[in-house]
Design a protein around this ligand. Structure first.
Ligand code: CP
Length: 320
C-alpha cells in the first residue's frame, strides 16, 4: 500500500504526518487530495471478491460514539475490518460513561488496553480535539457538535470527483440547516480548498452570521442556489435541535426549499443530488428526487467505506 501513497500524479510523493484527523480546517489541499487518492485505491479493494487487505493487521480501532449513528459507525467498523484491524464498539449507554466518567478518563482507559485509533462522535464541538491532546493514540473525528464531520465531507468530495473529475471552478450549493450543520462546515473547508465555488442556501435564521468569511456566497432564494449548480448537497433539517423554530412548519419548509422534480427540471440536466442522511422525505426533498436518477445518496454511503479506510490507514501509518 506504500506505493499507493507515493505514486501520486503530482510526483511530489506527499506523505501523511498527522496523528489525528480532527477536521478539514486543519488540512492542506495536498493532504485532502492524498486522502482522496488513497481512497480511490481502497475503493478498488472493496470491489474484489475478497474485500480485505492486511494493511492494519495487528492494529485495534475503537468506535466511541456518544451520539446515535447508522452510517458513520457502521462504515468505520467495516473500513477497519477490511483493513484487517480489530474493532471494538463502545456503547456509551451501557458503559461507565453513564457513571460520570469524563471523556479524557474514558480515552486514557481505552488507551491502556493498547489500542491504536479512537473514532469519536460527540455532541460537544471540539471534544475530539481535547481527546487527541490527552492520548497518544490517533483520534478520528466522526462528528462533533456543530463543528466538523470531516469524513462525511471527504466522502462527499470523493463522490463528486467520481462524477465530475476535477472540482476546480465547479459550483456546489449546500441547502438546508446551515447553522447547526457540522457536515456543512466540513464541506465548506474542503470544497473551497479544492477551488469549488460554494453557495449556502437557507432561511435567514439558519444562515450563521459571518459565514461569508469562510469564502462562500449566501442566499435565502432556492432558485439562486440551484441556478448553474453542478451539484447540491441537501442537509437534514435538525428537528431535534432548534432548527424547527426557524420555520413555521415542515410543509412550509418543503414548499419554499424542498427539492422536487419540478425544481430539478430548471437545473443543469445532470445536476448531482447529495444528502448526508438521514433524510426527512417530504421535508428536504421529495422521495422521487431522493430515489431518482440525479441522486447519488447511496453511492455516498458506499464511498464512505473507502474514504474511511484511507483515513484509518493514513493516521495509523503516519510518518511522525
Ligand atoms: N451522515 C451521518 O453522519 O449519518 P449517521 O448519523 O447515521 O452516522
Amino acid at each position: 500500500m506504500r506505493e499507493i501513497i507515493t505514486n501520486v500524479a503530482t510526483n511530489k510523493k506527499p506523505v501523511w504526518t498527522k496523528k489525528d484527523l480532527l477536521g478539514l480546517e486543519y488540512l492542506s489541499r495536498e493532504e485532502i487530495e492524498l486522502i482522496l487518492h488513497t481512497a480511490k485505491s481502497f475503493k478498488e479493494v472493496t470491489t474484489r471478491q475478497i474485500k480485505k487487505v492486511p494493511a492494519l493487521r495487528g492494529k485495534t480501532v475503537v468506535n466511541l460514539f456518544y451520539e446515535p449513528s447508522t452510517r458513520t459507525r457502521t462504515s468505520f467498523e467495516l473500513a477497519a475490518k477490511r483493513l484487517s484491524a480489530d474493532v471494538i464498539n463502545i456503547a456509551t449507554e451501557s458503559s461507565s460513561i453513564k457513571k460520570g466518567e469524563t471523556l479524557i478518563d474514558t480515552g486514557r482507559n481505552i488507551e491502556a488496553l493498547k489500542i491504536d485509533i479512537i473514532v469519536v462522535r460527540h455532541n460537544a464541538s471540539g471534544a475530539p480535539n481535547i481527546l487527541a491532546k490527552a492520548v497518544r493514540s490517533s483520534v478520528v473525528n466522526a462528528g462533533d457538535g456543530r463543528h466538523e464531520h470531516p469524513t462525511q465531507a471527504l466522502l462527499d468530495m470523493f463522490t463528486l470527483k467520481e462524477k465530475l473529475g476535477n472540482l476546480e471552478g465547479r459550483k456546489v450549493s449546500i441547502i438546508g440547516d446551515i447553522k447547526h450543520s457540522r457536515v456543512c462546515r466540513s464541506n465548506i473547508w474542503g470544497l473551497t480548498k479544492l477551488g469549488v465555488h460554494v453557495t449556502v442556501c437557507a432561511p435567514e435564521l439558519l444562515i450563521p452570521e459571518g459565514i461569508e468569511k469562510m469564502g462562500v456566497s449566501t442566499t435565502s432564494n432556492i432558485n439562486e442556489a440551484l441556478d448553474g449548480a453542478d451539484a447540491i448537497n441537501v442537509l437534514r433539517m435538525q428537528f431535534e435541535r432548534d432548527s424547527a423554530l426557524a420555520f413555521p412548519s415542515k410543509g412550509e419548509y418543503f414548499r419554499e426549499y424542498g427539492i422536487t422534480e419540478d425544481r430539478l427540471k430548471k437545473c443543469k440536466k445532470n445536476i448531482i443530488v447529495m444528502h448526508p442522511g438521514p433524510i426527512n422525505r417530504g421535508v428536504e426533498m421529495s422521495s422521487e428526487v431522493a430515489d431518482g436518477t440525479n441522486s447519488v445518496i447511496l453511492e455516498q454511503v458506499t464511498n464512505g467505506i473507502a474514504v474511511r479506510m484511507a483515513v484509518l490507514y493514513l493516521v495509523a501509518t503516519a510518518k511522525r
